[in-house]
Design a binder for this molecule. Structure first.
Ligand code: 13P
Ligand code: SF4
Length: 317
């Protein structure tokens, strides 16, 4: 069976297989760890394996490469991008930074390595509040590329942000109107949502958080019904962990399968087997760029671990 062959290949090649919650259950089944963006970066950095295969999207693999250049970092498919990466081209982001030189720029981990390299600090949806709270009160904040996460954080922290106008093509498709109707039909259900959703959807959410935070809520909240506004890959984890509860996906606009991330779904077991066997596709980065991108990413890791950090006075390029 292909799963047995992958297990054997992992052993033979000293490969750690990481998978995001949005991957299909068969991929999660062969993974050594399944997690959110932050956890995946931390596991990748901590691992002693010489090779990491990231079954997720390419920016997640790049983050591991930035943190651990000595490791071979593989992905099943190099086309597994992210709409937030596409919405933040380097030259335009650079101009934005130049136009706002005194602002501290928080960049969501869903971004290219090049955009990270011109940012002051990175965040994920699970540590974003901690990152915002670490920024001196007298400094303006630029936040990109996800305007929905940025707006949510700005409201939560009571601080004004300058927002980059990017969004996740999957999360923006949840329908506030349909969610309102569904909530009325299931008044006892707990609504949980990822902060990449639009403000109109988030207003109905009882809990807003990263993929791991949403899973934690389903596990720990004794409620028997949950309406979930995030990509549907994580629903099988929720159903597995709470077989006694009803897990309903929040409705999207139209009748498409648009609450599936097309990039995450490019991965499959066949591509994983080939990637480990042939050691390709490999994620590589220019060393100069990697070193620059490491500064904001390491700052994020340090703040997450409760360490103090220093901030540049202004943006220089
Ligand atoms: P998490 O960090 O919450 O796993 O989110 C990653 C992501 O791409 C959500 O769309
Ligand atoms: Fe990017 Fe959205 Fe897919 Fe997450 S769900 S990887 S933000 S396109």
């Amino acid at each position: 069976m292909i799963t047995d062959r992958i297990e054997q290949l992992k052993k033979d090649t000293d490969t750690l297989l990481l998978a995001h919650f949005y991957e299909e259950s068969d991929i999660q089944g062969v993974a050594d760890h399944i997690g959110d963006s932050l956890k995946l970066a931390q596991w990748g950095q901590k691992s002693e394996a010489s090779t990491i295969l990231m079954a997720g999207v390419v920016f997640m693999a790049e983050s591991i490469k930035i943190l651990s250049p000595e490791k071979t970092v593989l992905v099943p498919d190099l086309n597994a991008g992210c709409s937030l990466v596409e919405h933040s081209p380097f030259e335009k982001y650079l101009q934005w930074r130049k136009d706002n030189p005194t602002g501290i720029c928080i960049t969501y981990i869903n971004s290219s390595a090049a955009v990270k390299s011109i940012s002051d600090v990175i965040c994920t949806s699970s540590n974003s509040e901690k990152i915002v709270n670490s920024i001196p009160k007298d400094r303006p904040i630029l936040f990109g590329p996800d305007k929905n996460l940025g707006r949510y954080l700005s409201k939560k922290s009571g601080r004004e942000f300058k927002l980059w106008p990017g969004a996740c093509e999957v999360h923006v498709l949840f329908s506030a109107k349909k969610l309102f109707t569904l909530k009325k039909e299931h008044p006892e259900a707990i609504v949980i949502a990822h902060p990449e959703c639009m403000e109109e959807v988030l207003q109905y959410a009882d809990v807003i958080g990263s993929t791991s935070r949403l899973l934690e809520e389903v596990v720990n909240n004794p409620a028997k019904k949950f309406i979930v506004a995030t990509e549907d890959g994580i629903l099988h984890n929720m159903r597995e962990m709470r077989p006694d509860a009803e897990i309903i996906q929040a409705p999207a606009e139209g009748s498409c399968a648009c609450n599936q991330c097309p990039y995450m779904k490019l991965n499959n077991l066949e591509k994983i087997e080939l990637a480990i066997k042939n050691k390709t596709p490999e994620v590589t980065l220019d060393e100069n760029l990697r070193k620059k991108a490491l500064i904001p990413l390491q700052r994020m890791m340090d703040i997450t671990d409760g360490k103090s950090v220093t901030w540049p006075d202004r943006f220089e390029y």
